[in-house]
Design a protein around this ligand. Structure first.
Ligand SMILES: [Zn+2]
Length: 209
């Protein structure tokens, strides 16, 4: 298949064009369209798959945080407007047929497998990469959009702690975020505190569970 040149360059650098890398590349492309450009855009990668290589290459590693939440999910924030785009990969997008998984297992165990099986496996993976790159965005990701801003910026705040309105953890105000009118901790807001300078200055141990 024809692969976009920037993606090919990233794959060449890291050795392989995997579906996860393609997914990261596609996610950043959707964010670029959403915000017209990637200026002031920061991102959180919720897994440690090769998707992060695309994020580092396209956004700059200083604008990307990687957390091993075991989710094929990606959150972008346009920091000057607080506009957040959350992309969660749809179930099934990265699902290999059972026979492919057994080829994978055999290959990992013995470092060898029948050539025809490996060729068929590679064809399935290539098809998966093509689908990730070319299917309509809403068939690849579930998208959620919301506005987010640090509560600590409100001038009339007197008390230092409040409960997150989703998980109910007592949280320091400068670690709470206004998400569409709800006060949420960073985890429930699905954002990275470092995106917001006010929150970034506060210390790390300020959530009471
Ligand atoms: Zn919470």
């Amino acid at each position: 298949m024809l692969v976009p040149l920037p993606l090919k360059a990233i794959a060449d650098k890291h050795g392989v064009l995997s579906p996860e890398l393609a997914l990261g590349y596609r996610a950043v492309g959707i964010a670029r369209e959403e915000y017209d450009a990637l200026d002031d855009v920061r991102a959180m990668v919720c897994n440690t798959t090769p998707a992060r290589f695309a994020f580092d290459a396209l956004l700059g590693s200083g604008n990307v945080s990687v957390h091993d939440f075991g989710q094929h999910a990606y959150t972008f924030c346009h920091t000057s407007t607080g506009s957040v785009l959350r992309l969660k990969t749809r179930a099934g997008v990265l699902l290999l047929p059972a026979w492919c998984r057994s080829v994978e297992d055999r290959f990992l165990r013995s470092r060898s497998s029948e050539d025809f099986a490996v060729a068929a496996y590679q064809a399935v993976v290539s098809e998966m990469v093509a689908r990730v790159l070319t299917a309509p965005a809403d068939q690849v990701f579930l998208a959620r959009r919301y506005r987010c801003r640090p509560v600590g910026e409100y001038p009339d705040v007197l008390c230092r702690f409040a409960r997150c309105e989703r998980c109910e953890a007592w949280t320091r105000l400068n670690r709470l975020y206004d998400v569409e009118g709800f006060l949420l901790c960073a985890a429930c807001a699905e954002i990275d505190p470092s995106w917001f300078a006010t929150a970034a200055r506060s210390d790390a141990a300020d959530t009471i569970r």
